[in-house]
Design a protein around this ligand. Structure first.
Ligand code: HEM
Length: 331
């Protein structure tokens, strides 16, 4: 049900620009104003959320520890799983951000009815699909710089060359376009057909996937079926950058659908689970070293606790301790 609702929502979103451009000739509104506002909401929304996180006090070190911490010199410690300093944290973050290391080690619980036992087995498909989708999307977005920057930077040409290495089709079908759709398709089917995952899925989980799929498919169709005049697209994008509002010419309805869905994504991003992108950098369970035993961390807003040594305690209760017959350190 959640999947159907989200699919309907994305189809309606795709129909809005279709109707607006075909029936109302609202090209300026759909192609310039809406994406402009969406971009502003995205930037300020993201800043607001990140600053709010950054200001949240983290008085204690709460890194997730999954291995031996640094202790006696003859005990081998796990620097990545229990970082003792900045270098370990950097290594851990790098592997998390670029290779989804914790997802790689994900397991799934299965009940074996014959043995009446719960077993935990490795689940690498989710990790593989996550990697395929995220990396492809990153490269697709980086390739889009050829629309945003003039002249096209060398590194973009380099990416395009390797992405279209197999030279299939005219224009060349980029491997990442296909991989992005396949990755998203797997993630969607997993949510829809795996009973356990479906049970814990919300409509918003499906919505994000359908929306991204809609963007990728409309982009692919635009490249291979309803082609666009790239020079005009560049002029429209330069218009955004210079606040001049240039209505894109020489582009079909698919362009407006693509840009409208991207705008929906930008509007939605700062208020959705997609915020895990900046969130991973702000997560104290990942970005802190475990120095709990080597350094004394004091919660800054606790009332000041005066130390009370044994000698002071003995002094305070001296008479009572003597009366009760306790041996004292100080006679
Ligand atoms: C406002 C921002 C964007 C504009 C103006 C835009 C414009 C375009 C255009 C003109 C094409 C056709 C390319 C060609 O003919 O070679 C395209 C393709 C495509 N776009 Fe976008 N796009 C935007 C953002 C995005 C985003 C954020 C994503 C991904 C989440 C995306 C995913 C794709 C994909 C997958 C294709 C298929 C071809 C390829 O992989 O390059 N686009 N886009």
């Amino acid at each position: 049900m959640g999947a159907l609702l989200s699919l309907i929502a994305v189809v309606v979103l795709a129909l809005v620009p279709f109707v607006a451009v075909a029936a109302g000739d609202l090209r300026f509104l759909v192609g310039v104003v809406v994406p402009g506002i969406a971009f502003a909401v995205f930037v300020f929304g993201l800043m607001y959320r990140v600053v709010k996180w950054a200001r949240a006090p983290v008085p204690f070190r709460i890194p997730t520890t999954c291995g031996q911490q640094k202790t006696l010199p003859w005990l081998k410690n796990e620097e990545l799983d229990n970082p003792s300093g900045t270098l370990g944290v950097l290594g851990r973050m790098f592997l998390e951000v670029f290779f989804f290391r914790s997802l790689f080690r994900n397991t799934t619980a299965e009940v074996n009815p014959e043995k009446e036992k719960v077993t935990y087995v490795a689940e690498k498909y989710l990790w593989a699909a996550g990697m395929v989708f995220h990396w492809s999307m990153l490269i697709v977005v980086l390739r889009h710089f050829r629309f945003f920057v003039e002249p096209v930077p060398r590194w973009v040409e380099f990416l395009q060359f390797f992405d279209g290495f197999f030279q299939v089709g005219v224009p060349v079908i980029y491997a990442t376009t296909v991989m992005m759709v396949v990755g998203l398709g797997f993630l969607l089917l997993r949510r829809a057909f795996d009973a356990q995952v479906r049970y814990i899925s919300l409509p918003s989980d499906f919505f994000a996937l359908f929306l991204l799929l809609g963007i990728a498919i409309s982009g692919g169709l635009m490249r291979h079926i309803e082609k666009v005049d790239i020079v005009q697209v560049k002029a429209a994008i330069a218009g955004w950058a210079s606040f001049q509002g240039v209505t894109p010419e020489g582009v079909g309805t698919l362009y407006f659908i693509h840009v409208f869905l991207v705008s929906a994504l930008l509007f939605y991003f700062p208020f959705s689970k997609l915020l895990h992108m900046p969130g991973v950098f702000m997560s104290p369970t990942r970005n802190l070293a475990n120095s709990n035993r080597t350094r004394h961390h004091v919660n800054p807003w606790n009332p000041e606790v005066k130390p009370h040594t044994y000698a002071e305690w003995e002094e305070e209760f001296h008479d009572k301790l003597v009366a009760a017959g306790f041996p004292l350190d100080k006679e």
